[in-house]
Design a binder for this molecule. Sequence first.
Ligand SMILES: [Zn+2]
Length: 64
Amino acid sequence: MHQDSMQAERRPKRSSTPKVTAPQREVCPKCGSPNARIIGRSESFPILYFRCDDCRRTSVGPAV
Ligand SMILES: [Zn+2]
């Protein structure tokens, strides 16, 4: 029984988290229901796209 030298490769922890789609709820501008979900966002403008679970409509709102 012979063990070679253990190669302890220490991997640096990656702190960069991938894009996590958090279930963030927004207020629907159309019907006022707080069940709108963010379905996308613009990269050139601070704009978010919502979709309401109540009225089933997509709307655009400013990203704060
Ligand atoms: Zn709505």
